[in-house]
Design a protein around this ligand. Sequence first.
Ligand code: ASP
Length: 589
Amino acid sequence: MLRTNTCGELRIEHVNTTVTLCGWVQRIKDLGGLTFIDLRDRYGITQLKLNIESDTALNQTVKGLAREFVLKVTGTVIERESKNKNNPTGEIEINVRNIEILNASITPPFTIEDETDGGDELRMKYRYLDLRRNNVRKNLELRHRMALETRNYLDKQKFIEVETPVLIKSTPEGARDFVVPSRMNKNQFYALPQSPQTFKQLLMVSGFDRYYQIVKCFRDEDLRADRQPEFTQIDCEMSFVDQEDILQTFEGLTRHLFKVVKGIDIATIERMTYADAMKFYGNDKPDTRFDMKLIELNEIVKGKTFKVFDEAQVVLAICAKGAAEYTRKQLDELTEWVKRPQLGATGLVYARHNADGVIKSSVDKFYNEEELKKWSEACRSQPGDLILVLAGAEEKTRKAAGELRLEMGNRLGLRDKNKFSALWVIDFPLLEWNEGDPNLPASLAGRWHAKHHPFTSPKPEDMDLLNTNPGAVRANAYDIVINGVEVGGGSIRIHNKNLQAKMFEVLGFSKEEAQKQFGFLMNAFEFGAPPHGGIAFGFDRLCSLFGGAESIRDFIAFPKNNSGRDVMIDSPAEISDEQLKELFIKTYN
Ligand code: ASP
């Protein structure tokens, strides 16, 4: 090793030892005869003291230094005169005898500090410099720890990690495939896995029994802050289990990670049906850190000559605790907020339950005190609370009310990122009608689409509905939701060839298409496929949640930007005509 110690480990008990450190120049303080340098590596910062007055060679070298030079220094550990309590090495410094420049650095495009002056794009372009910053590095250290502890837990539970191929053929998970042309097979393409779904099921047929893999997956879909075209899953599958076994096993994993990585004992993970999640929270991934459920007021408010409510399919209220003091301006602003096209509400009705007990609404013309008391009873409002009401078409209004609930949760400080509330959402519908999902090819519009994926098993008791009312069939499918973020999902699978064929039929595949695309799986089911099921966790998301961040980007070493570009290596990029020709590809303008 070039060094005897790291820049993070020397303490007062090391005084008088001779050490050699290597690292990057964080800061240079020139005090005339004395120069101080903060030397940084992955482990911390150590102060160097250079007495340049008495040493001309040293003087010469120090004069040529600048930020981010790489140094190797040798000297003696001494006690500092003015100690820095904020730095673990702050009680000592190195009295440097010898300094060697291992490499120079040009001026970095942004400061390598916790609070940097670099904007997003610039930091992405020079990601290797961004990764020198404490906070970004800490995120990757957290990620490493999460992966390690995942492996520890699953290994103890007898799971084995098996690698599955990356050049495969389409595994539908509700997105478009990334494809790779094959030079050796003219006009043929591999697809990159949207997940290792079919392979892990085949491993169950092979008898592996408990599989996992921390694995890259690829989905070509429109990007958002929490989406990346390539991302990582903790992908798992088990044989001879029912849904309950899977929920228990992965509640165990979640509990283990919270305990060892964050030192938190989380509460038992509650379960909620998909139907209840939609009814009470307006979405399938409720943030259960706070209550504020959606309350249906139809019965109470209809028939009082207020047209908006009378004509609405549904009238939904939320009770925002302690928000009665909201000013007119705040309420107007909230009204504008719900009217944004993303939510599309036509307006917002409110009722203040004032501190003196009197309830005043924005529709007092139609509802007297007596009537408003009924609102209050239904919403269980207390003096000081604010009731907010949306009305309109069922689906849209529930969704909007759910969003409003989250927004009020934010505004009232109920979504503390250091508080964790996990939930299983169960009994998802098997199918969903695809009106024209922008993430899917247009050819799939106007068909039933698998809500989870086509390998998910219907609930046995709903099986008959497959022919009569497919939309009502529930699946043995579940999601794990933490703080309103879907961190994982899975299902019990179909393991019977005929049922799988039936499923493809319902999804609008012809027999030939189904056989061509998934014949390998259905054939495998004929060779003694065990009952099986599994789950996959979005690993990047899980890490960002543990790290208290919104975006997954900072937990990925080399992420892509919002247009799916890696701006550091400048990819995707054009390829040469020669390559195109070899691949039998024509380009289009
Ligand atoms: N393959 C599924 C997904 O990527 C997870 C699973 O069903 O195990 O969402």
